[in-house]
Ligand binder design. Structure first.
Ligand code: SF4
Ligand code: SF4
Length: 378
């Protein structure tokens, strides 16, 4: 029998003990919940808050939830929210300036930093968090708020057991099994008469929490069952991106006529950037109280699909939708490698499901490649 040090099994009735161990350590629990016809992330208190027995059906321009035939706690894929909702919120007060007798004083916008435990982070989203770390925790571009929240966060990953029609993590090398970047990784294993979680620790603090959570040690058979769960998620993926030479392919296709074709469909609504777990562009705005005593500086998510985003003195640089979609996709799948050493896309499929006209990044890459005919990789 293999040595499975740090791996345990938690039976479904005991799953709440994991929550208790985290709460005891002062964490605010954040996880998936059903709200407004979608599975979204929010603060949760107990296992009952999870979307037990729910799943989602997704395709280009489509997202619906429906009941499952079983009582899986994590039987769904990516929803409209990503974890940037907590680490890099859509609205952040950066600071306030208050008038004083001899000038003004500055107060930090976020005085307390929450200590989150993220419960059920899909492997693609783990990679998305790692990508945002490279941006917000790099010495030159660091956002101290992000860094403090990130360092305090306890991460429980959830290895996927199914894929939606929009998932393509396998082709991006980001899932459906978490390899690193977590404190605990769960695999939900269920069948006739059994329902439990294989829980693998990825850090010392993860191991401590598991030891305290009423777990039994994992055996070979549990790992074999978990491998079958992951296999289902691989086999269920119907979309893919061929990443071979993709950077060079996009760089040599700035003038491809296919961008016009996309621009006829794209409404430049920015949904794709807002749901994307790696998109990080923002704008800052100042707001002043009417009496002139207080000025607040806010940061809001922005998008390369807005005209203002590329506005410099004298006008907007990317005036056409063609140029804005090209910018988005070429940044994600090409320039990102030069800037951050990896793809900016983790294959979560959110931009496909939440695009109101069903524009599909995997199909657009394929179309560009096909338009090149014989000219291939590199
Ligand atoms: S690709 Fe779709 S989601 Fe993105 S801006 Fe265009 S219409 Fe909106
Ligand atoms: S580009 Fe689309 S599929 Fe890729 S990470 Fe962003 S939302 Fe997910």
């Amino acid at each position: 029998m293999a040595d499975h040090h740090g791996a345990y099994c938690i039976d479904r009735p005991d799953f709440g003990s994991l929550f208790s161990a985290l709460k005891k350590r002062g964490y605010s629990l954040v996880g998936p919940t059903v709200q407004d016809g979608a599975i979204v992330f929010d603060e949760i208190e107990a296992v009952d808050d999870l979307p037990e027995g729910w799943t989602d059906e997704q395709d280009a321009g489509t997202y619906r939830i429906r009941k499952r035939d079983d009582k899986a706690l994590f039987g769904f894929n990516s929803g409209p929210h990503s974890w940037k909702k907590f680490l890099y919120p859509s609205e952040t007060k950066l600071w306030s300036a208050r008038r004083t007798e001899d000038g003004f004083e500055i107060e930090e916008g976020e005085k307390t930093i929450p200590q989150y435990a993220f419960i059920g982070v899909h492997p693609c989203d783990l990679r998305a968090i790692e990508i945002q770390d490279k941006i917000f925790m790099a010495p030159d571009t660091a956002d101290p708020r992000y860094g403090r929240k990130r360092e305090a966060a306890f991460v429980i990953a959830l290895n996927c057991g199914q894929a939606s029609k929009t998932c393509f993590c396998t082709s991006m090398g980001t899932g459906p099994r978490a390899e690193s970047g977590f404190d605990i990784a769960l695999t939900e294993i269920m069948g006739e008469g059994y329902h439990y979680f294989l829980a693998e620790s990825g850090s010392e603090r993860g191991h401590d929490v598991l030891r305290e959570s009423g777990c039994r040690s994992a055996a070979d058979i549990d790992f074999e069952s978990a491998a079958k769960v992951s296999r289902q998620a691989v086999d269920g993926q119907i979309r893919a991106i061929d990443t071979n030479g993709i950077k060079e392919m996009l760089y040599r296709n700035y003038e491809n006529k296919h961008w016009e074709d996309v621009a006829e469909r794209c409404m430049s609504c920015a949904n794709c950037t807002l749901v994307c777990p790696t998109c990080f562009c923002s704008k800052t705005e100042d707001e002043m109280s009417l009496d002139g005593e207080i000025a607040d500086r806010w940061r809001y998510w922005d998008s390369c699909f807005t005209l203002d985003f590329s506005y410099i003195h004298g006008g907007t640089i990317r005036q056409t939708i063609r140029s804005r979609y090209r910018q988005w996709m070429t940044h994600k799948l090409a320039a990102w490698y030069d800037q951050f050493g990896s793809s900016g896309c983790v294959g979560c499929g959110r931009c496909i499901a939440w695009c109101p006209v069903g524009i599909d990044i995997t199909a657009e890459v394929k179309a560009l490649r096909e338009s090149e005919g014989g000219k291939k990789n590199g």
